[in-house]
Design a binder for this molecule. Structure first.
Ligand code: NAD
Length: 443
């Protein structure tokens, strides 16, 4: 339960095919808007509109049957004006340079918003890890670490888990890098298992961080979260922890969905732990109608519950909807059907540009991904700092520091949006680009 397991990634749905979904183009437009408004010098704009470095490596390994296969790996280092490049490594057959460039850029932005001393990076290997045995996956990771070793390091570039990579893979990566240096160097990656220098609180960090971002925004807007209804698309690591923390904060989570569909219970889904247990037992969410610890289809009528499709979670009559699954999940047709007044973006890049325009015109507030899901990288920073200082923080301390970072950042973004009369996303970009520019100018 709540394990940070491997993650899946699928392409955008057909509905998005007419929309501009090239993430790097979208990222550059976002940057250009902020640069224009901040009157950034053109040299600086050009530096931010291109990654510092793109590293392509080949990764030949022995497969278990004795044959040799060669995989391609990538690392994009966007900007390090504020500190070492920082961002995940994904293992996916469709790892694409433009997408990785955009994700590296968004990491620079995210790290600046939550004010951790990192720049942005991202990388990956073109591979379907489900086709590899564990030993092949380990050989692939260790060879990838050897190939990247000359361009990474605790003060240069610090990778982390992303789609289809996990703490175990980060443990192999750190171990291989340490062998090359001849000294234990856990701070070369974050998201490691606890026993290999990982941090307490990393698993729940993104979901809990999203809860802090939302409650801070609502407080600023003068709204009381108690009883506000929430529907969440995506019930993996992020969605399930978020659901649990939202309930604790007084929200009523009435719907959750995953890749196989979901459930809507107008009075609330009940205990998140019980729903997760039921999903594990049944293999899907449908039928997980929980009353206390009894989750059964027989409760359906009593609860007025019904099954929903994965997308329907975004268009239910609720106060807040949360895309917490995939990029480009919230498309223009769905945006027209959204009935909530607030969208909390927990996935990376879940709203297409066209959908965002529609939501803005309809007066829907979007709490942007670069703020809402920054809790994960905040705790990655805490992990790196603990490794560097050769110390360990208790979970309470990690979560207390996370709360401080998220509340301060959400508050900064809200105040800036009011002062500049711009959307929360634009305000977040302005804060981030201004901070990066300031650091770059003093370089
Ligand atoms: P995960 O793999 O644990 O969970 C993903 C969930 O989305 C699963 O429940 C899956 O069934 C569901 N899903 C997949 N396709 C779907 C579809 N078409 N419709 C509805 N649901 C679908 O992944 P996660 O770690 O929870 O990450 C979710 C999102 O949050 C991703 O966009 C990720 O990049 C982003 N994110 C995660 C973290 C983190 O710390 N895990 C940090 C920042 C951003």
């Amino acid at each position: 339960m709540h394990q940070a397991t491997t993650k899946t990634k699928s392409g955008p749905s057909e509905a998005t095919s007419q929309e501009n979904i090239n993430p790097w183009e979208r990222a550059k437009r976002q940057l250009a808007r902020a640069a224009k408004r901040l009157k950034l010098p053109s040299l600086l704009s050009a530096r931010l509109a291109n990654p510092d470095r793109v590293v392509e490596v080949s990764i030949p390994i022995h497969m278990d049957d004795g044959t040799v296969r060669t995989f391609e790996g990538l690392r994009v280092q966007h900007n390090r004006a504020r500190g070492p490049y920082k961002g995940g490594l994904r293992y996916h057959p469709k790892v694409d340079l433009d997408e990785v460039k955009a994700l590296a850029f968004w990491m620079s932005i995210k790290n600046a918003i939550i004010d951790v001393p990192f720049g942005g990076g991202k990388g990956g290997v073109r591979v379907d890890p489900k086709q590899l045995t564990e030993r092949e996956l380990e050989r692939l990771t260790r060879e990838f670490a050897r190939k990247l070793a000359p361009v990474i390091g605790p003060t240069v570039d610090v990778p982390a888990p992303d789609v289809n990579t996990n703490p175990k893979i980060m443990g192999w990566f750190a171990d291989e890098y340490s062998k090359i240096l001849g000294t234990p160097t856990p701070a070369v990656v974050t998201g490691k298992p606890l026993e290999k220098g990982g941090s307490e609180g990393r698993a729940e960090a993104t979901g809990l961080g999203g809860c802090f971002a939302l409650t801070t925004m609502l407080e600023k807007m003068g709204k009381n979260p108690r009883g506000m209804t929430v529907a969440i698309q995506g019930f993996g690591n992020v969605g399930s922890f978020l659901a649990e923390y939202l309930q604790q904060a007084g929200f009523n989570v009435v719907a959750v969905s995953d890749s196989k569909g979901g459930l809507y219970i107008p009075t609330g889904i009940g205990s998140v732990k019980e729903v997760l247990r039921c999903k594990e037992r049944l293999g899907h969410l449908a039928g997980c109608y929980c009353v206390g610890s009894v989750c059964d289809i027989s409760n359906k009528e009593k609860l007025g519950a019904r099954e929903i499709t994965a997308d329907e979670a975004l268009t239910l009559p609720v106060d807040i909807v949360v895309p917490a699954a995939l990029e480009n999940a919230l498309t223009a047709p769905l945006a027209r059907a959204v009935r909530a007044k607030i969208v909390l973006e927990m996935a990376n890049g879940p709203t297409t540009s066209e959908a965002e325009k529609i939501l803005n015109e309809r007066g829907v507030t979007i709490i942007p991904d670069i703020l809402a899901n920054a809790g994960g990288v905040a705790v990655s920073y805490f992990e790196w700092k603990q490794n560097r200082d050769k110390t360990r923080w208790e979970k309470d301390e990690v979560l207390r520091r996370l709360e401080g970072k998220m509340k301060k950042s959400a508050s900064d973004v809200y105040e800036s949006s009011k002062r500049r009369n711009v959307s929360l996303r634009e305000a977040a970009y302005l804060i981030a680009v201004e901070r990066i520019a300031k650091a770059a100018q003093s370089e």
